[in-house]
Ligand binder design. Structure first.
Ligand code: ZN
Length: 212
Protein backbone atom coordinates (compact mmCIF):
# COMPACT_ATOMS: atom_id res chain seq x y z
CA UNK A 1 0.00 0.00 0.00
CA UNK A 2 2.87 2.40 0.72
CA UNK A 3 4.90 1.24 -2.25
CA UNK A 4 6.34 3.80 -4.63
CA UNK A 5 4.54 4.81 -7.78
CA UNK A 6 6.27 5.99 -10.94
CA UNK A 7 4.68 7.68 -13.93
CA UNK A 8 5.43 5.70 -17.11
CA UNK A 9 8.15 7.48 -19.13
CA UNK A 10 5.95 8.03 -22.16
CA UNK A 11 3.30 10.02 -20.27
CA UNK A 12 3.27 13.58 -21.59
CA UNK A 13 1.86 16.42 -19.50
CA UNK A 14 1.70 19.64 -21.46
CA UNK A 15 -0.23 22.92 -21.11
CA UNK A 16 -3.21 22.90 -23.48
CA UNK A 17 -2.10 26.37 -24.62
CA UNK A 18 1.02 24.82 -26.20
CA UNK A 19 -0.91 22.41 -28.40
CA UNK A 20 -1.47 23.09 -32.07
CA UNK A 21 -4.59 25.28 -32.53
CA UNK A 22 -6.54 22.56 -34.33
CA UNK A 23 -5.97 20.06 -31.54
CA UNK A 24 -6.53 22.65 -28.81
CA UNK A 25 -9.90 23.69 -30.20
CA UNK A 26 -11.17 20.13 -30.09
CA UNK A 27 -10.51 19.95 -26.38
CA UNK A 28 -12.85 21.34 -23.78
CA UNK A 29 -10.59 23.28 -21.44
CA UNK A 30 -10.09 26.36 -19.32
CA UNK A 31 -7.11 28.70 -19.00
CA UNK A 32 -4.15 26.98 -17.36
CA UNK A 33 -5.40 23.42 -18.00
CA UNK A 34 -2.96 20.69 -18.97
CA UNK A 35 -3.34 17.75 -21.25
CA UNK A 36 -2.19 14.30 -20.08
CA UNK A 37 -1.56 11.80 -22.81
CA UNK A 38 0.50 8.78 -23.90
CA UNK A 39 1.18 9.31 -27.60
CA UNK A 40 2.35 5.72 -28.14
CA UNK A 41 -0.62 4.07 -26.54
CA UNK A 42 -4.36 4.13 -27.04
CA UNK A 43 -4.94 5.80 -23.69
CA UNK A 44 -7.53 8.54 -23.84
CA UNK A 45 -6.12 12.05 -23.56
CA UNK A 46 -7.28 13.73 -20.37
CA UNK A 47 -7.49 17.41 -19.50
CA UNK A 48 -6.60 18.31 -15.92
CA UNK A 49 -6.14 21.59 -14.08
CA UNK A 50 -2.68 23.00 -13.38
CA UNK A 51 -2.56 21.80 -9.78
CA UNK A 52 -3.42 18.24 -10.73
CA UNK A 53 -0.71 18.38 -13.40
CA UNK A 54 1.80 19.59 -10.81
CA UNK A 55 0.86 16.72 -8.50
CA UNK A 56 1.22 14.19 -11.32
CA UNK A 57 4.69 15.54 -12.14
CA UNK A 58 5.81 14.48 -8.65
CA UNK A 59 5.56 10.88 -9.83
CA UNK A 60 8.35 11.41 -12.38
CA UNK A 61 10.57 10.15 -9.59
CA UNK A 62 9.39 7.20 -7.49
CA UNK A 63 7.16 8.49 -4.72
CA UNK A 64 4.50 7.12 -2.44
CA UNK A 65 1.08 8.76 -2.70
CA UNK A 66 1.46 10.02 0.87
CA UNK A 67 4.88 11.60 0.21
CA UNK A 68 3.73 13.16 -3.05
CA UNK A 69 0.59 14.68 -1.50
CA UNK A 70 2.50 15.96 1.54
CA UNK A 71 5.23 17.54 -0.65
CA UNK A 72 2.62 19.00 -3.00
CA UNK A 73 0.53 20.52 -0.18
CA UNK A 74 3.64 21.92 1.45
CA UNK A 75 4.82 23.50 -1.83
CA UNK A 76 1.34 24.96 -2.35
CA UNK A 77 1.15 26.29 1.19
CA UNK A 78 -2.05 24.33 1.65
CA UNK A 79 -1.35 22.02 4.54
CA UNK A 80 -4.00 19.56 5.61
CA UNK A 81 -6.95 21.10 7.42
CA UNK A 82 -7.99 19.78 10.80
CA UNK A 83 -11.61 18.79 10.17
CA UNK A 84 -13.12 15.32 9.85
CA UNK A 85 -14.70 16.01 6.43
CA UNK A 86 -11.78 17.77 4.73
CA UNK A 87 -8.76 17.08 6.83
CA UNK A 88 -6.62 15.32 9.33
CA UNK A 89 -9.35 14.17 11.73
CA UNK A 90 -10.81 11.97 9.03
CA UNK A 91 -7.41 10.43 8.35
CA UNK A 92 -6.95 9.22 11.94
CA UNK A 93 -9.42 6.30 11.78
CA UNK A 94 -8.02 5.33 8.39
CA UNK A 95 -4.43 5.01 9.66
CA UNK A 96 -5.59 3.44 12.94
CA UNK A 97 -7.47 0.77 10.97
CA UNK A 98 -4.46 0.21 8.69
CA UNK A 99 -2.19 -0.17 11.72
CA UNK A 100 -4.63 -2.53 13.45
CA UNK A 101 -4.99 -4.73 10.37
CA UNK A 102 -1.45 -4.64 8.95
CA UNK A 103 0.73 -3.86 11.97
CA UNK A 104 3.16 -1.65 10.04
CA UNK A 105 4.54 1.01 12.42
CA UNK A 106 4.47 3.60 9.65
CA UNK A 107 0.67 3.58 9.89
CA UNK A 108 0.86 4.37 13.60
CA UNK A 109 3.21 7.24 12.78
CA UNK A 110 0.71 8.60 10.23
CA UNK A 111 -2.18 8.19 12.71
CA UNK A 112 -0.25 10.16 15.34
CA UNK A 113 0.64 12.88 12.85
CA UNK A 114 -2.96 13.25 11.69
CA UNK A 115 -4.14 13.35 15.30
CA UNK A 116 -1.67 16.12 16.08
CA UNK A 117 -2.99 18.21 13.22
CA UNK A 118 -6.56 17.56 14.35
CA UNK A 119 -5.62 18.66 17.87
CA UNK A 120 -3.25 21.56 17.26
CA UNK A 121 -5.06 23.88 14.87
CA UNK A 122 -6.08 26.78 17.08
CA UNK A 123 -7.44 29.18 14.52
CA UNK A 124 -11.00 28.64 15.74
CA UNK A 125 -13.57 26.31 14.21
CA UNK A 126 -17.23 25.36 14.28
CA UNK A 127 -18.25 22.99 17.03
CA UNK A 128 -19.90 20.25 14.95
CA UNK A 129 -18.88 16.71 14.00
CA UNK A 130 -18.36 17.26 10.29
CA UNK A 131 -16.24 20.39 10.09
CA UNK A 132 -15.46 21.25 13.67
CA UNK A 133 -14.05 20.45 17.07
CA UNK A 134 -16.43 17.57 17.83
CA UNK A 135 -15.31 15.46 14.84
CA UNK A 136 -11.72 16.22 15.74
CA UNK A 137 -12.35 15.09 19.32
CA UNK A 138 -13.75 11.78 18.04
CA UNK A 139 -10.58 11.31 16.00
CA UNK A 140 -8.48 11.69 19.15
CA UNK A 141 -10.78 9.26 20.99
CA UNK A 142 -10.19 6.77 18.18
CA UNK A 143 -6.42 7.08 18.60
CA UNK A 144 -6.75 6.88 22.38
CA UNK A 145 -8.71 3.64 22.09
CA UNK A 146 -6.07 2.22 19.76
CA UNK A 147 -2.95 3.27 21.67
CA UNK A 148 -4.30 3.41 25.24
CA UNK A 149 -2.39 6.63 25.95
CA UNK A 150 -4.29 8.81 28.48
CA UNK A 151 -2.91 12.02 26.98
CA UNK A 152 -5.05 11.56 23.85
CA UNK A 153 -8.16 11.31 26.04
CA UNK A 154 -7.15 14.54 27.79
CA UNK A 155 -6.75 16.22 24.40
CA UNK A 156 -10.12 14.88 23.27
CA UNK A 157 -11.69 16.37 26.40
CA UNK A 158 -10.07 19.74 25.62
CA UNK A 159 -11.56 19.67 22.12
CA UNK A 160 -14.94 18.63 23.57
CA UNK A 161 -14.92 21.78 25.71
CA UNK A 162 -14.13 23.87 22.65
CA UNK A 163 -16.88 22.12 20.67
CA UNK A 164 -19.44 22.92 23.37
CA UNK A 165 -18.40 26.57 23.53
CA UNK A 166 -18.38 26.95 19.75
CA UNK A 167 -21.73 25.25 19.01
CA UNK A 168 -23.42 27.47 21.55
CA UNK A 169 -22.62 30.47 19.38
CA UNK A 170 -23.27 28.98 15.97
CA UNK A 171 -24.53 25.79 14.30
CA UNK A 172 -24.63 25.22 10.54
CA UNK A 173 -27.95 23.41 11.00
CA UNK A 174 -29.99 23.49 14.15
CA UNK A 175 -30.48 20.10 15.83
CA UNK A 176 -28.38 18.25 13.26
CA UNK A 177 -26.25 15.21 14.10
CA UNK A 178 -23.31 16.08 11.85
CA UNK A 179 -23.77 19.84 11.46
CA UNK A 180 -25.30 20.87 14.73
CA UNK A 181 -25.76 20.46 18.46
CA UNK A 182 -26.80 16.80 18.54
CA UNK A 183 -23.35 15.56 17.54
CA UNK A 184 -21.72 17.69 20.19
CA UNK A 185 -24.19 16.47 22.82
CA UNK A 186 -23.40 12.87 21.86
CA UNK A 187 -19.66 13.56 22.15
CA UNK A 188 -20.12 15.22 25.54
CA UNK A 189 -21.80 12.02 26.75
CA UNK A 190 -19.40 9.58 25.08
CA UNK A 191 -16.18 11.27 26.14
CA UNK A 192 -17.05 9.97 29.61
CA UNK A 193 -17.14 6.41 28.27
CA UNK A 194 -14.17 6.51 25.87
CA UNK A 195 -13.99 2.74 25.36
CA UNK A 196 -17.33 2.91 23.59
CA UNK A 197 -17.09 6.34 21.94
CA UNK A 198 -17.48 6.10 18.17
CA UNK A 199 -17.93 8.70 15.42
CA UNK A 200 -21.65 8.05 14.78
CA UNK A 201 -22.65 6.25 11.58
CA UNK A 202 -18.97 5.99 10.61
CA UNK A 203 -16.87 3.96 13.02
CA UNK A 204 -17.75 0.38 13.82
CA UNK A 205 -19.25 -0.10 17.24
CA UNK A 206 -16.67 -2.59 18.40
CA UNK A 207 -18.90 -5.66 18.33
CA UNK A 208 -16.89 -8.83 17.73
CA UNK A 209 -18.37 -9.27 14.26
CA UNK A 210 -17.69 -5.68 13.18
CA UNK A 211 -14.52 -4.13 11.79
CA UNK A 212 -12.65 -2.55 14.77
ZN1 ZN B 1 -17.56 19.33 7.14
Amino acid sequence: MLGSLLLPEDVVIVPVSRLAPGMRDRMEHEDGDHCVTRPRSRTTTTVVDARTAALLERFRTPSTIVDAVVAFCSAEGSDLRASWCNGAAGHVPLWVLAHALLGDDRFEHLARGAAWTAYEDRAGAPGDLCCGYAGRAYALLCLHRHLGEPVWLARARALTDRAAASIEGYAFRRESLYKGEIGVALLAAEVNDPAHARMPLFEGEGRPSAVP
